[in-house]
Write a protein that binds this ligand. Structure first.
Ligand SMILES: NC(=O)c1ccc[n+]([C@@H]2O[C@H](COP(=O)([O-])OP(=O)(O)OC[C@H]3O[C@@H](n4cnc5c(N)ncnc54)[C@H](O)[C@@H]3O)[C@@H](O)[C@H]2O)c1
Length: 328
């Protein structure tokens, strides 16, 4: 039995993500939870002739949706409007994520938790702190989905250099998932020969790619379809490794570095960061290993130097949201 719960399943990301997950033979039960319209989305998807059973769970049924889940994917919350940063969403989304993490601790404490809701740099620490509070935290099992930055990197790179195949080229993106914390390692794309100017334009476009969508949607939300694609790609990799034992699956993802304490000890000592996006190989228990940082150019080192202080602030904001409320 592989039960996957999607929290925020009736939203702009939740619906197409659930549609893509319904195609997966790895999933036997897709439980859709949302405070609005989950039963309707579930009824619709349940007619698709694939293996999984689909159930819908409304506002009062979070426990039922999460009970016994193998994996919980969270795109619940509010998206950005033009002029907003991801950090502006913290006020509303932090509480939503905290409550869902409480639900995970109570109903499926061993589940993989895949966080989409922004600001990811802070919402992942919130989930980890809640699970710690309940004594059920396993850093190998909590992930911030930054795959959309990876997807955008190879697509945008291929627009500048058509010799790059966007589908088969995987660009490592380190740091975090917002603005300057997004550090794409374009120097490691095989065969690339970008000029300095192209690198600057490309990096800026990847860091602020989400703004292109927010602006084009003009108040109607942020990336949903490309995010659903990225989320399904990430969830499939995690599930394939965990359920079928497939090896060698690697994605960049934002994790608590205790997931591979030995491999990250020197980096943590040097930067003071407890969370970071980096290439991770998946295994039966989630994080099998965090790969060493790739070789990076002088340009990319400067980006990383700019990302680190911003990440620290984002992480502290998420962590203290839980630790400060515990003191009250
Ligand atoms: N990680 C990424 O790369 C990435 C990319 C795009 C968007 N996002 C983020 O994903 C989130 C969702 O975006 P969207 O466009 O789908 O928004 P949306 O408003 O279309 O959908 C969000 C859904 O969450 C539901 N919801 C709200 N509170 C809930 C709760 N307590 N429990 C369960 N469900 C709840 C809403 O009813 C809604 O259906 C936003 O925070 C957005 O910033 C992340």
């Amino acid at each position: 039995m592989v039960k996957v719960a999607v929290c925020g399943a009736a939203g702009g990301i939740g619906q197409p993500l659930s549609l893509l997950l319904k195609q997966s033979d790895l999933i036997t039960h897709l439980a859709l939870f949302d405070v609005v319209n989950a039963p309707g989305v579930a009824a619709d998807l349940s007619h698709i002739n694939t293996r999984s059973k689909v159930t819908g769970h409304g506002k009062e049924s979070m426990d039922e949706a999460l009970s016994g889940a193998h994996t919980v994917i969270i795109p619940a919350g509010v998206p950005r409007k033009p002029g907003m940063t991801r950090d502006d969403l913290f006020k509303i989304n932090a509480g939503i994520i905290r409550d869902l993490a409480e639900g995970v601790a109570k109903n499926c404490p061993g589940a993989f938790v895949l966080v989409i809701s922004n600001p990811v740099n802070s919402t992942v620490p919130i989930v980890c702190e809640v699970l710690k509070k309940h004594g059920v935290f396993n850093p190998k099992k909590v992930f911030g989905i930054s795959t959309l930055d990876v997807v955008r990197s190879s697509r945008f790179a291929s627009e500048i250099n058509p010799a790059i195949d966007p589908k088969s080229t995987r660009v490592t993106v380190i740091g975090g998932h917002s603005g300057v914390t997004i550090v794409p390692i374009l120097s490691q794309i095989p065969g690339q020969s970008f000029s300095k100017e192209q690198l600057e334009i490309l990096t800026q476009r990847i860091q602020y790619g989400g703004d292109e969508v927010v602006k084009a949607k003009d108040g109607a939300g942020s990336a949903t379809l490309s995010m659903a694609h990225a989320g399904a790609r990430f969830a499939t990799a995690v599930l394939e490794a965990a359920v079928t034992g497939k090896s060698g699956l690697v994605e960049s993802t934002y994790v608590n570095l205790a997931a591979d304490a030995d491999a990250t000890a020197a980096f943590r000592a040097r930067t003071g960061l407890d969370y970071f996006a980096q290439d991770v190989e998946f295994g039966h228990e989630g994080v099998k290993r965090i790969l060493p940082l790739p070789a990076i150019s002088v340009f990319e080192q400067a980006l990383l130097d700019e990302a680190i202080p911003e990440l620290k602030v984002n992480i502290a904001k998420g962590t203290s949201f839980i630790s400060d409320s515990a003191k009250i």
